[in-house]
Design a protein around this ligand. Structure first.
Ligand code: GTP
Ligand code: SPV
Ligand code: MN
Length: 599
């Protein structure tokens, strides 16, 4: 299809105007076909970006530039008309001014390249919760990954042609080619020229200079979270950084659980975990993003707007996440910034295979003990969700699945117990609003530092977080029947001993906590009422077969009163950042917590 074939003038003009500014050599409207996918993979092989692997089948190794390995939060902007609407957790920039900056950067930026226009749906095309986007990009890597991560198809173009709303996404790697200039394997712009910009009022995304993950696959964090959170605020639903799983008890009773953990804090692992508790089953609906709406029956229904997994490779093994490994074994995957083995496979730290001489993520010779990592800590795999052996049969149900429990969590070496149930919806929102976690390699800078990351949404909320808290409270207040809302829990798989060893085995053993949560949702499951919430009583958590010392169990399940009293002023300072947009109800929750701790 040619641009001139498009009948919708709004769509046609939008593409033509960007083509005029960016001056690509060609413009292609994508159709989502296998042919198109293979064509882009071949282009990437020729460019030296991809290496076709011997195993798994139909899979590629990809290397990025050294400077382009993760999301760039410092270069990510919310360009709302009024600064106060972006709030204290976002970098704000004046929209008119930003458009001028971008105009300068985009001028001629696609010279020597092809402009692809990708029609995509977030969510099953026919779902009432789904939304459409069009992404202009000059990166065939983005085309390939969007094919895996979203539903790219001509049906979306047809719907947009017929007048359906769509989010305008524009992306360039920001590396035009002069007449005789040879391309590099991973074109991108230097850090100070990278701009990941969002215009929430006009539902637009413009991204320049990076080709990596959430910076470039604009359906993911930019649309499905930053823009969608604004749409959700305006339309009365929730766009969240959450996995969705289906939990089936030995008796065959099903509950659906959504969980918000910050980047690289265990969502993919929990979403497809293999329970160690006999008879329990976990199946996957989604591993990163949930869009949730109240149904006519008063329950909260969730869809996974994505179609693939963009998962953290290091640490993934048959021991930690066997279902991710089995998903990858099916092939059709892209491995970005992992190592490549001598027999044409991939490897990363904590892989099942013993380390052996190989080629590292930057394609340099590597051998065990050489002092470098073979894979970048934020190396990722992209793979279709449909290949997951434990994908739930209803994962594409256009109506979504009714959520029974919402989990919040993060990496906390101390103070925060293994599991805690909120006392009410408001208290649950307070738990979400006071989430804190040690930062990871998923974003550039700050790894290891503890930061407040409410709802795991600090890098992803497209508006003022104080208003976002209020939106959560309002949803609870307006629910026709509060007893039908999900129960809220806080979990922490990452407690450490003073010597720095994990206190909790994690991964499949987290099923023990899921069982307690299941029981609580069923009105069973014993809990101790404490100052911070309802904690599992020692006999309520099934620890059979686990070799844990009483001391460790005690540390995981106790209220560290002194630790919490130290945290209070930090929460106060955190809340103070939201000024008069902090909902009264959360200030009251903090005062109540303080009173309970001091009682
Ligand atoms: P994003 O894709 O960045 O949003 O990350 P994610 O939240 O999906 O995290 P993921 O499941 O990929 O896990 C990230 C890292 O945490 C991996 O190295 C895992 O091995 C590790 N991890 C996951 N679950 C657990 C757990 O229960 N315990 C411990 N100790 N580590 C875990
Ligand atoms: C995250 O960082 O939360 C991710 C990876 O899921 S990215 O797509 O790069 O945002
Ligand atoms: Mn994520």
């Amino acid at each position: 299809m040619q641009v001139t074939d498009l009948k919708n003038p709004a769509l046609r003009t939008w593409i033509q105007e960007w083509a005029e500014l960016c001056t690509p050599d060609h413009v292609v409207i994508c159709d989502g076909s296998k042919q198109e996918y293979d064509h882009c993979c071949n282009l990437l092989v020729k460019a030296g970006t991809f290496i076709k692997l011997d195993a798994p089948a139909n899979s590629y190794h990809c290397r990025s530039d050294l400077s382009d390995v993760a999301r760039v939060e410092d270069r990510t902007f919310i360009c709302s008309t009024r600064k106060e609407d972006a709030g204290p957790s976002n970098h704000w920039h004046d929209p008119a001014d930003m458009r001028q900056v971008l105009k300068g950067l985009f001028k001629g930026c696609m010279k020597g390249r092809t402009m692809f226009v990708i029609p995509f749906s977030m969510g099953p095309v026919e779902s009432p919760i789904a939304k459409f986007g069009m992404e202009i990009t000059d990166s065939p890597y983005v085309v390939v990954n969007m094919h895996i991560m979203t539903r790219v198809c001509s049906k979306v173009t047809a719907k947009v042609e017929a007048g359906a709303e769509f989010v305008r996404c524009v992306h360039s790697v920001g590396a035009p080619l002069a007449e005789t200039q040879a391309d590099v394997p991973w074109p991108c712009a230097p850090i100070e020229k990278k701009y990941i910009t969002h215009f929430p009022e006009t539902r637009e995304i413009i991204s320049f200079g990076s080709g990596y993950g959430g910076n470039a696959l604009l359906g993911k964090k930019c649309f499905a979270l930053r823009i969608a959170s604004v749409q959700a605020r305006d339309e009365g639903w929730l766009a969240e950084h959450m996995l969705i799983l289906k939990l089936t008890s030995p008796a065959g009773v099903v509950k659906y659980v959504a969980a918000a953990f910050p980047s690289a804090c265990g969502k993919t692992n929990l979403a497809m975990m293999e329970p160690t508790l006999a008879g329990w089953k976990v199946e996957t609906i989604g591993d990163d993003i949930a869009w949730m709406k109240l149904g006519a029956d008063g329950r909260l229904y969730a869809i996974n707007p994505e179609a693939g997994f963009f998962g953290v490779a290091p640490g993934t093994s048959m021991k930690s996440n066997p279902n991710a490994m089995r998903t990858l074994d099916q092939g059709n995957a892209v491995f970005t910034n992992t190592g490549i083995t001598m027999d044409g496979g991939v490897w990363w730290e904590d892989h099942d295979a013993a380390p052996a001489p190989m080629v590292d993520w930057q394609r340099r010779p590597w051998s065990p003990g050489c002092g470098r990592k073979a894979a970048h800590p934020n190396a990722r795999f992209t793979v279709p969700a449909a290949q997951c052996p434990v994908i739930a049969s209803e994962w594409e149900d256009p109506a979504g699945v009714p959520i029974d429990a919402i989990l919040f969590g993060g990496r906390r070496a101390s103070v925060v117990p293994l599991a805690n149930e909120a006392l009410s919806w408001e208290h649950g929102v307070f738990l979400g609003a006071t989430m804190a976690s040690e930062m990871t390699a998923a974003a550039i800078g700050g790894a290891g530092q503890l930061r407040f990351d409410p709802f795991a949404m600090v890098p992803f909320c497209g508006y003022h977080m104080g208003d976002y808290f209020a939106h959560w409270l309002k949803l609870g207040a307006q629910a026709p029947d509060r007893s039908r809302l999900p129960r809220i829990f806080y979990v922490n798989w990452f407690r450490k001993s003073p010597a720095g060893k994990w206190l909790w085995p994690g991964f499949g053993e987290n099923s023990r906590v899921l069982k307690w949560i299941f029981d609580r949702c069923n009105g069973q499951g014993k809990a101790v009422s404490t100052a911070i919430g309802n904690l599992p009583s020692a006999d309520a958590l099934d620890l059979t077969g686990l070799r844990m010392t009483d001391e460790d169990t005690q540390a995981l399940l106790a209220v560290d009163r002194a630790g919490w009293l130290e945290v209070l002023p930090q929460i106060e300072a955190h809340f103070a950042r939201f000024g008069n947009r902090l909902p009264e109800a959360l200030a009251k929750q903090l005062a109540d917590l303080k009173a309970r701790l001091e009682a």
